[in-house]
Write a protein that binds this ligand. Sequence first.
Ligand code: CND
Ligand code: ZN
Length: 375
Amino acid sequence: MEAAGKVIKCKAAVAWGPHKPLSIEEIEVAPPKAHEVRIKIVAAGICRSDDHFLSGALNEVKYPVILGHEGVGIVESVGEGVTDLKPGDKVIPLFIPQCRECRCCKNPNSNLCYKNDGKYIGLMADGTSRFTCRGKPVYNFVMTSTFTEYTVVDEIAVAKIDDNAPSDQVCLLGCGFSTGYGSAVKIAQVKPGTTCAVFGLGGVGLSVVIGCKTAGASRIIGVDLNSSKFAKAKELGATECVNPKDHNEPIEEVLAKMTNDGVDYSFECVGSTGVMVSALMSCHFGCGTCVIVGVSPSSTKVSFDPLLLLTGRTIKGAVFGGFKSKDEVPKLVSDLMANKYSVDGLITHRLPFDKINEGFRLLREGISIRTILEF
Ligand code: CND
Ligand code: ZN
């Protein structure tokens, strides 16, 4: 490859701070060092988690930073010692890596790798950045940084996928779809014939709906404050939808009446501690399971009566739907290509990459489910 070993100048959407639009800038992307991979991004989705940093709800990230964690691209070059990837491979960057060596990676029931960047250090393993803008180093975001024409990721944070996979769809497997779908099929392990409630019908919640339907749930109740989300939810498998604003009683009471004392599985896909408690209370007191998927603002805490659990409820949570990323993303891609599920319904908008701020506007105003940025 021509640029291998050299710095690449390209466009990126740089976040200089919260509460500011992203700025399309020329950046320099250094070549990958040992065990790193430089990727040309082809398509990227906009997830609410990216917006949590721009809105200031999450404040741990360091600026300037290149956000984005839901993308697909082509390997441009690889650093020394990378054996399982080569230039030209189609790949999905992984915000939860898989080193295959740590205690979590070795445990079949965990997908959290010790080498994840949940503390938002924003640098490569050697403590430096591969991005420079206007002479300043720019931080990366959860090991992925997909809002740029080129990114550099650690080899443990990239999954090689089928070269024929449709890029404009499989980018959603980098976060939203896998997170929601796995929360239903892998974390809750929804059983056929059961009743589910999904709080929040964005890209993540609708992917939970798809997962519940695939698992054979007989009732899937969508809950959202924005009723304009209901038509899409029903198209994807929700059997009924409820807007808490249409009721005087708390939503958990409404759901209890609808479901003979509570649902079998509830999913919080909003990121609100109040909704987390409602979701827990909405599942059946003796045998319900509540799965926390949404990310709540920094420093918030959940408080609830422990009796809610003593009677027999279960509460769980997961990132990335519990999928072991490097192993399971390629399989999710094959399943998509084999039509075992579809992500078409999640894609409401497509925009050229440099219109990224418009994509964030559509998300904030509750208009889009997923906007796909095309590079
Ligand atoms: P998006 O904003 O598209 O959807 C959220 C939905 O919730 C919207 O339709 C809102 O109208 C709705 N909503 C807001 N408040 C309420 C409420 N009080 N009751 C019911 N519905 C409400 O977001 P998204 O689908 O992209 O992401 C959802 C959450 O999931 C968000 O917190 C994000 O940060 C988190 C997430 C988690 C993970 C993970 O690995 N666990 C990965 N990605 C995103
Ligand atoms: Zn996400």
